[in-house]
Ligand binder design. Structure first.
Ligand code: TEU
Length: 532
């Protein structure tokens, strides 16, 4: 049974945004054959699992997160036989494949919604969430869509509003209906039967909402012009209801019927709530995403506090999770700068647990500027100029310095970042100090060094302000990780007279060189992994 499984304990997951990895069909949009072409690159990088953002049939109102058929591949990405081929090739190379599972909503083009909206008496009506207008015809309550505006859209044909937590073309499903629940759980089985190794679960905290449709309170801490309309409300009745755990348990129950499977679910939660998720779901091969490296201010003290507590709470029972970026978040190199992105990579790869790498992170890709005419993301369109749009972090992968960066022969769906002439796979492969070289080394260490792979995390006091230090320990073997989160030199004194360099952030120091840390200047943006 499933408990013999080991892969999430020894893997690095590469997150593919399929529109942007590699276009094999010359339409400017990435596809499945493009992914297949790049499997050897991933293997060379050291990746042994991929998660692909949605590739299902979709009108692409939210670029695949609006699913019109959970059991088919969008023609833009290829055909089912391309998927079958991809999974076979990936497995032959020892790469696990995780799909994206979108339980909260479908596309308004899904046959279920077409049926549900055809009449109030349609048997599928209750598969979605409907409510009558208020007496004045307005929306049933004050609930807001994440992307902006009311969460309700009037269906003029049946004169009822349907709920959409995200875009209006993404009607929310009603998981309180048992037929719907069964149909959605069967979707998991469909892909598991095809041999997928697990799922990333989308937006699960939105799945249940107050059945009485009561208003939500105003958030007293937000400012006009600074925060989105959605953030002006506290989501006490539409987010993270206690039923979230029960729906996750149902999803887990299905996935765990299959061997060697794994689930990671979105969890925009504080530390206590994350821990509660692990404990109440209680399956070792389930993991809530930990977005702390993205969301917390980039300060060593703040991260230490989080990591210490998180690592201790999970112990050996659950697998920690660290993420520096994804398709919804500005790229790490843009958030904290390209030099600190190296420090962040060293941190992510030396901590315990399962790291996720967002495509392009490994070459140091940064956000691209998107002009008003180039905007694609509905979030930017509905909540403009707040820096919320997600196009900047979704631009095509930079493979080489040829026209369109080796991503496609045609104009890509989003503009290539002009830095592609130097930030690209081909040139970084030739440069033994590049970000790509750093990632390759870190991934190799993470997978093969027994201390980094299996050792305990040992918290250490800060050697200096904004400097993080911790140890990994297995038996007598010890590794010290020393990371300067600052761009200023820090004087440190640690009781290690002969610490041997395994890796430094710029790959300029010779491995094996001995450092005396009893009286040491740690330069700005400098990081070390050291054998003690
Ligand atoms: O995102 C859900 C989610 O957490 C959003 O609130 C996210 O914070 C938002 O996109 C702002 O960045 C998931 C997907 O990751 C996202 O791409 C989809 O648009 C969304 O669900 C709807 O399916």
């Amino acid at each position: 049974m499933a408990d013999g499984l080991k892969w999430p304990l020894s893997s690095i997951v590469y997150h593919i945004y399929p529109r942007s990895l590699k276009d094999s069909s010359s339409d400017g949009i990435g596809d499945l054959r493009g992914i297949e072409e790049k499997l050897d690159y991933l293997l060379e990088l050291g990746i042994n699992a991929i998660w692909i953002s949605p590739i299902y049939t979709s009108p692409m109102a939210d670029f695949g997160y609006d699913v019109a058929d959970y059991r088919d591949i969008d023609q833009m990405f290829g055909k089912m036989k391309d998927f079958d081929n991809l999974i076979k090739k990936a497995h032959d190379k020892g790469i696990k494949l995780m799909m994206d599972y979108v339980p909260n909503h479908t596309s308004s083009q899904h046959i279920w919604f077409k049926e549900a909206s055809s009449s109030k008496n349609n048997p599928k009506r209750d598969w979605y969430i409907w409510a009558d207008p208020k007496a004045d015809g307005s929306a049933p309550n004050n609930w807001k869509s994440v992307f902006g505006g009311s969460a309700w859209h009037l269906d003029s044909k049946t004169n009822q509003y349907y709920l959409h937590s995200f875009y209006k073309d993404q009607p929310d499903l009603n998981w309180r209906n048992s037929d719907l629940e069964k149909a959605m759980l069967d979707v998991l089985r469909f892909w598991l039967d095809k041999g997928v190794d697990g799922f990333r679960v989308d937006a699960v905290d939105w799945v249940y909402k107050d059945p009485l449709f009561r208003d939500e309170p105003r958030n007293p801490n937000t400012l006009e012009g600074k925060h989105s309309e959605y953030d002006h409300i506290l989501h006490t009745r539409t987010f993270g209801l206690k039923e979230t755990i029960s729906v996750m348990k149902k999803i887990v129950k299905v996935v765990k019927e299959y061997e060697n499977t794994f689930i990671v679910a979105e969890a925009h939660l504080d530390l206590q709530a994350i821990i509660e998720r692990y404990v109440s779901i209680g399956w070792r091969w389930y993991q809530p995403f930990n977005f702390s490296l993205i969301n917390l201010p980039w300060k060593a003290e703040i991260h230490k506090q989080y990591i210490d507590e998180y690592d201790k709470a999970l112990g050996d029972l659950y697998i920690p999770c660290y993420v520096l970026g994804n398709h919804d978040q500005h790229r790490v190199g843009t958030r904290i700068g390209v030099k600190q992105a190296r420090i962040a990579a060293m941190l992510q790869m030396t901590l315990r647990g399962l790291p996720f790498i967002y495509y392009g992170e490994e070459i140091g890709m940064t956000d691209n500027h998107i002009s008003a005419e180039q905007v694609q993301d509905p979030y930017e369109i509905l909540s403009p100029k707040l820096g919320l749009g997600r196009d900047p972090e979704r631009t095509p992968m930079q493979w080489d310095d040829s026209k369109y960066a080796g991503f496609s022969d045609s104009k890509p769906w989003l503009p290539i970042n002009p830095n592609y002439t130097s930030v690209n796979v081909k040139s970084e492969e030739k440069d033994d100090k590049s970000m790509l070289s750093l990632y390759k080394l870190l991934i190799k260490l993470k997978k093969t060094n027994p201390v980094l792979h299996e050792g305990k995390y040992i918290a250490l006091p800060h050697p200096a302000d904004n400097v993080l230090a911790f140890m990994r320990e297995k038996g007598e073997s010890k590794i010290l990780v020393l990371l300067n989160f600052d761009d200023k030199t820090k004087k440190i004194s640690l009781p290690f007279k002969s610490a041997k360099i395994i890796c430094d952030d710029t790959l300029t120091d010779k491995p094996g060189t001995i450092l005396d840390l009893t009286d040491f200047n740690l330069e700005g943006n400098e990081g070390y992994i050291l054998q003690i």
